[in-house]
Design a binder for this molecule. Structure first.
Ligand SMILES: Cc1ncc(COP(=O)(O)O)c(C=O)c1O
Length: 459
């Protein structure tokens, strides 16, 4: 059996620099810092790097490792499935038991009317699938002019052409341009756009921005609005309570399909199984990925609501769409066991009632009054610490991002990982994190923010 060679960190770094292109990484910056960091092992919420440092994973990998690292139950079902049937396709009329079973298990948890599951491998693919289904739906309904896809500034919906276009990240648009017929509206980012307004006023204002855009483009041309219940990759932008009810009402009134991207929010992150349940959203589509397998193997799904599913079934004929690995039995077997463990261990309720509020409280206590911090915000087990240039004037750094990257380095030095979005440090640890580990996370985050503040002369 092949085992990975024992190499020193310096050797891994040399090989990495020679052959490996990292996603979302500036190779020159990485080289200047000495090269890649190599993670070699994980247990619970803890990671070990190739120098033997023990690091608290404050982001559950990339918002995905819900059950934490090293779960033998997931390894065991993976091995059993690989021995029994390593692969078969779901094209044409075939599929596998694990594929059917996971579709049913997901449908059991989703909001009413959302029980038709189309599998893919990544969140990006699930977004592409929905874009194609949205266009197909309106064509089948005899309204081919309904083509425009709306989403929000700072949205993240993946890295394929459709995902990057729907995303509201200027740097991604600059790399390869935008697909036509995509338009971005203001997000419910209260710290940036809601000055001088109450939460309630700002929530309604942000929703009205959507309606204004629909009206200016012409409702007869607008096909769908894509949005995460809480924008995770946008910096954990938690909408005010007045936002979602109004958005939903606007979409219904103008017959614009509503797509809830649950890639981060899904499976407990917000304290319910789905962000749609936390915010009482009834979308036409949902898409999921990440925590459905706790990131142990890639799996995603587009979840199609009743209205669209009926049209596809009754009028659509053969679906001209699919991936070789749609419904891969290995990923589905791991997904089934992952969902069983999440339910058996009561992890979703634990986020809602215990560790979620504890994370928000601890970060607030550690950093809420820090001179470098504008606000600490979050819901469930996801939170952001917004670093700002001037706390009193609520002034963000301009240009954004440089201080955030420095803070990320300080986080690693303090032994905690996070995701930096512009200058916001985002935390979303595994759902199995303990209260003591949350306190440790907050203490390490504080050390990192202190060190950043000192380095830029604010402390
Ligand atoms: C909300 C959301 N949608 C889509 C994606 C894309 O998922 P993937 O990276 O698996 O393609 C992500 C990734 O972080 C995401 O956060």
């Amino acid at each position: 059996m092949t085992t990975l060679p024992e190499r020193s960190t310096a050797q891994w770094r040399r090989l990495d620099a020679a052959h490996h292109i990292h996603p979302f990484t500036d190779p020159q910056r990485m080289a200047a810092r000495g090269g890649t960091r190599v993670l070699v092992r994980g247990e619970g919420v803890w990671l070990w790097d190739s120098d033997g440092n023990r690091i608290l994973d404050g982001l559950a990998g990339l918002w995905c490792v819900a059950l934490g690292y090293g779960r033998h139950e997931l390894a065991a079902v993976a091995e059993r499935q690989l021995r029994t049937l390593s692969y078969y396709s779901s094209f044409l009329d075939t599929t596998t038991p694990a594929t059917i079973e996971l579709a049913q298990k997901i449908a059991e948890r989703t909001p009413p009317g959302l029980d038709q599951i189309f599998f893919g491998n990544s969140g990006s693919e699930s977004i592409d699938t929905i874009v194609r289904m949205v266009r197909h739906f309106w064509n089948l309904e005899g309204r081919p002019e309904k083509k425009i896809l709306l989403s929000r500034e700072y949205a993240y919906h993946g890295s394929t052409l459709a995902g990057a276009s729907l995303g509201g990240m200027a740097g991604m648009h600059a790399m390869s341009g935008l697909l036509p017929d995509v338009s971005h509206v203001m997000p419910p980012y209260a710290y940036k756009y809601g000055r001088g307004m109450t939460q309630d006023e700002f929530g309604r204002r942000a929703a009205d921005a959507l309606e204004e855009r629909i009206l200016s483009l012409g409702p007869e041309r607008v096909a769908a609005f894509f949005a995460e219940p809480v924008q995770g990759g946008g910096g954990v932008l938690v909408p005010p309570p007045s936002y979602w009810p109004r958005v939903q009402e606007i979409c219904r009134r103008h017959d614009v399909l509503l797509v809830a991207d649950e890639v981060i929010c899904g499976f407990g992150r917000t304290g319910e199984w789905f962000g749609c349940q936390t915010f009482d959203i009834a979308p036409d589509f949902m898409n999921i990925a990440k925590a459905v397998t706790s990131g142990y193997v890639p799996l995603s799904a587009a979840i199609v609501g009743e209205r669209v599913a009926r049209t596809l079934r009754d009028k659509g004929g053969r679906l001209a769409h699919g991936y070789t690995y749609s419904g891969h039995p290995l990923a589905c077997a791991v997904g089934i066991e992952n969902l069983r463990l999440m339910a058996a261990e009561g992890l979703v309720e634990r986020v809602r009632d215990d560790v979620g509020p504890h994370l928000q409280r601890c970060l607030q206590e550690a950093l809420g009054d820090h001179p470098l911090v504008g606000e600490v915000r979050g819901v469930g087990l996801m939170a952001a610490v917004e670093l700002v240039r001037d706390r009193a004037k609520a002034e963000l750094f301009d240009p954004p991002g440089e201080v955030g990257l420095r803070a990320l380095d300080h986080c690693f030095d303090a032994g905690v990982t996070c995701r930096v979005v512009r200058d916001a440090l985002c935390f979303a640890p595994a759902l199995v994190i303990t209260r003591a580990e949350i306190e440790e996370l907050a203490a390490r985050a504080k050390r990192a923010v202190d060190a950043t503040a000192k380095a830029i002369g604010i402390l």
